[in-house]
Design a binder for this molecule. Structure first.
Ligand SMILES: Cc1cc2nc3c(=O)[nH]c(=O)nc-3n(C[C@H](O)[C@H](O)[C@H](O)COP(=O)(O)OP(=O)(O)OC[C@H]3O[C@@H](n4cnc5c(N)ncnc54)[C@H](O)[C@@H]3O)c2cc1C
Length: 429
């Protein structure tokens, strides 16, 4: 009998977890991604702030699939899906036929129509963007050192938009870079004048966390020198800075947009209903309405069923959904039990604010424990080491973290050539 062919689009958390679930089964799997590596996005901010190297947070897909004989990897840009012929369309015009499909193409930035964001802001969604941001930040210091008093206004003002975990972690890491590491490299630059601003439209940062943890995080950030602008919306971004809705001007050459995401452009390409954030509306078992051969998992997946939840766009959901979608396909092939609905097993959330300071909240199912400070920091380190892909990556990250912890130094302070289109979020992902 012909082996069923399963095509998975996207080698992120969801796609990798789906591919591995087929490991011991008599099926043929093709995993397609535009990059030949898998990115551990939660640590991209550490690449942008010179704490980790780019290859500490990414791993070759082929290396990850080595040993899985029924899987092959295809590096290609997917442009759409033809459900009538059951083919995935590639940007180079070729097609890949499938029997079953899992779309795990993730998400991209949502700039909510704020003028100037696509052209002038920096993003932190891909490895290239993280390396670009690091090079840009270090270049600002090189220029400040060169130009002295003649440096343009706002050169050493860094604005992060969005007080979610990404914005908070980036702000915390930047103040440590500017306060502890760069003064040794740039004694001629007045690092006391460097500012990090965190702009949040709501009246609190980290709104998904309980008030006590939010307050703790806000207090630590303020104590460490981050200027918090709560209840503040951006009206426009230009090459010289940002303007807030209440008319305030923030002079800056570095606006980092961490204020929200929407589903990948491959959600509309599925020719299926879309919900909030352009996420695919799915049946409760992650299949597409009226297309029982097609599934979606991860950030691209939205509301499940008419009354069901839309789960948060986080790594744990993506991993569990990828595995679930793969098991559904296997069950329909007669290998296992068909389950009517996906149920998310929430283990909790955590965010790091900086050295010895993190917040963690376990789910009520696991005791509901809430940690701050050093215990939270240790829990954060442990979990991130556990989930980093590959032993080499874990070892590299651990060594860099240990060096930083004990010497206050950050090794990855290289300025590399910027890849153009830093703010081209329309066309990304
Ligand atoms: C900066 C940052 C920090 C984060 N921090 C956390 C955190 O601390 N904890 C947490 O749980 N979650 C965090 N997240 C969210 C988490 O990373 C995502 O929820 C998770 O990556 C989603 O997994 P996914 O598989 O759906 O998508 P992704 O991991 O984004 O993978 C999608 C894959 O699809 C590929 N792809 C997309 N379009 C195409 C195409 N057209 N053709 C070919 N390939 C394509 C991409 O290259 C990518 O490899 C963070 C995200 C970011 C950006």
């Amino acid at each position: 009998m012909k082996q069923p062919h399963i095509v998975i689009i996207g080698a992120g958390f969801a796609g990798m977890s789906a591919a591995r679930t087929f490991r011991r089964h008599d099926v043929r799997v093709t995993l397609i991604d535009r990059n030949n590596y898998y990115t551990f996005q939660p640590l991209l901010y550490q690449v942008a702030t010179a704490l980790l190297e780019a290859d500490d947070v990414a791993r070759s897909v082929r290396a990850s699939l080595r040993g899985q004989r029924n899987a092959r990897f295809l590096q290609a840009d997917v442009s759409g899906v033809d459900h009538d012929s059951k083919e995935v369309l590639l940007a180079d015009g070729s097609r890949v036929a499938f029997d079953w499909l899992i779309n795990c193409a993730g998400s991209r930035y949502n700039h909510f129509g704020v003028p100037g964001v696509p052209e002038h802001a920096f993003f932190l969604k891909t490895l290239t963007e993280a390396v670009n941001l690091r090079s840009h930040i270090l270049s600002c210091f090189e220029r400040a050192s060169r130009d002295g008093a003649a440096a343009p206004p706002g050169l050493l003002e860094f604005v992060i938009v969005g007080g979610g975990p990404t914005g908070v972690e980036l702000a915390g890491s930047l103040v440590e870079l500017f306060g502890r590491v760069l003064p040794k490299d740039f004694p001629e630059v007045d690092t006391g004048a460097v500012r990090v601003h965190l702009v949040e439209a709501q009246d609190s940062i980290l709104t998904a966390y309980p008030p006590r943890l939010r307050c703790y995080a806000a207090n630590v950030l303020k104590k460490r020198g981050v200027q918090l602008h709560l209840d503040t919306q951006l009206a426009a971004v230009t090459a010289e800075g940002a303007r807030t809705a209440d008319g305030q001007q923030l002079a800056s050459r570095t606006i980092v947009w961490a204020a929200g995401i929407r589903a990948s452009s491959l959600a509309p390409a599925m020719d299926s209903p879309l919900g909030r954030g352009q996420r695919l509306e799915l049946n409760a078992d992650l299949s597409l309405p009226e297309r029982p051969w097609a599934f979606a998992a991860g950030d691209i997946a939205g509301q499940l069923g008419d009354e069901g939840p839309a789960h948060p766009q986080v790594g744990q959901v993506a991993i569990q959904q990828g595995r679930f979608a793969a098991r559904q396909i296997l069950a329909r092939l007669g290998r296992g039990r068909v389950r009517p609905e996906f149920r998310y097993s929430d283990r909790g959330n955590m965010a790091i604010i900086g050295r010895n300071a993190a917040i963690a909240e376990l789910s009520p199912r696991l005791g509901g424990l809430r940690l701050t400070g050093f215990p939270g920091f240790i829990a954060w380190l442990f979990i991130h080491l556990l989930y980093l892909p590959g032993h080499r990556n874990r070892f590299g990250a651990l060594v860099n973290w240990a060096i930083h912890y004990f010497t206050f130094d950050r090794h990855a302070r290289l300025i590399t050539e910027m890849v153009p289109g830093k703010g081209d979020c329309e066309n990304r992902n």
